[in-house]
Design a protein around this ligand. Structure first.
Ligand code: AMP
Ligand code: ZN
Ligand code: FE
Ligand code: FE
Length: 282
């Protein structure tokens, strides 16, 4: 089977591999194609596309935008975006600004909690854009935690003592921006919405679909087989495209491998073909 991975991160956001290294790694692992979907930035795409072209590998230009949603985490993936679009880049700059505002506040909170990491230390671990995984790595480095997961659960996750909010686009705005840049918006890892019933999730997806959402990431590392089945049925019912990905972050997310996720993930090339067919009809 030709396997693909439509959700990966490079060090342009919070993955540990440079975009070119990520492409080389995907090739080495035998991927038929991958999408690079860094958080809130397209900065890694030129390097990834160049690396892919040099070895005749199929790289889908993408990104993942965190949207404003109180019930949990809402991430919107955008595939086949025109990353050179200047308006799109300018809008993404607002998200960079939001990080520059938030990150020092998290570090101050940690210092107040007796964890002496510094902004420079965190910056050195990043490829420019700082995310919470870099802060977690810095905490690991000084021995304040034993695992990245511990850093998140005890300090960095929503509700934990060093969590600080940042500006996010409303979901409809994130969807619009992706479509204006020629991309296909897809809701990532639906379980992080924390819907308690399938009816609630269906309602939410219908709202997003009315705002332009075109796909659902039904296949994901951390989904159980039951969740995969449930989301596939829902995508079929709502006529949403099905995508899937591992959310590979290299060393910055423990236990998640490219292509296979936590072990059981398998995404056939046909899922990418449907995306490409939709893009071609635009
Ligand atoms: P940020 O974009 O800076 O708010 O950081 C969010 C990123 O942190 C997510 O996209 C994940 O990559 C990572 N993350 C969130 N929660 C956890 C967790 N519990 N364990 C490990 N990584 C996490
Ligand atoms: Zn991430
Ligand atoms: Fe995500
Ligand atoms: Fe992700």
């Amino acid at each position: 089977m030709n396997l693909i991975d439509l959700h990966t991160h490079s060090n342009a956001s919070d993955g540990s591999l440079a975009p070119g290294e990520l492409v080389a790694y995907a090739v080495q692992k035998g991927a038929a194609a991958i999408a690079l979907t860094d958080h809130d930035t397209v900065a890694g795409l030129p390097e990834a596309l160049r690396a892919a072209e040099a070895c005749h590998f199929e790289l889908v230009p993408g990104l993942e935008i965190s949207a404003d949603y109180t019930g949990g985490g809402m991430h919107i993936l955008g595939y086949f975006i025109n990353h050179a679009d200047l308006f799109f880049q300018r809008e993404l700059e607002r998200l960079q600004e939001a990080r520059r505002e938030r990150n020092p506040k998290i570090i101050v909170r940690l210092q107040e909690l007796g964890i002496p990491i510094t902004y420079d230390q965190v910056l050195a671990l990043s490829g420019g854009q700082i995310g919470r995984p870099h802060i977690a790595q810095a905490m690991l480095q000084i021995g304040a935690v034993q695992t990245l997961d511990e850093a998140f659960t005890h300090y960095l996750t929503k509700g934990a003592p060093a969590y600080v909010e940042k500006f996010r686009f409303p979901p409809g705005r994130a969807i619009d921006l992706i479509r204006q840049a020629g991309g296909i918006p897809v809701l990532a890892h639906p379980f992080t919405l924390n819907c308690t019933t399938i009816e609630q999730l269906t309602g939410l997806l219908r709202e997003l679909q009315a705002q332009g959402l075109q796909g659902l990431e039904c296949l994901y590392s951390e989904h159980t087989p039951d969740q995969n089945r449930e989301y596939l049925a829902l995508a079929e019912k709502l006529d949403l495209l099905v995508t899937g990905g591992s959310d590979f972050h290299g060393l910055n997310k423990e236990g998640v491998e490219i292509l296979t996720g936590c072990g059981a993930l398998r995404i056939p090339y046909e899922r990418l073909q449907s995306l490409k067919d939709l893009k071609a009809r635009h």
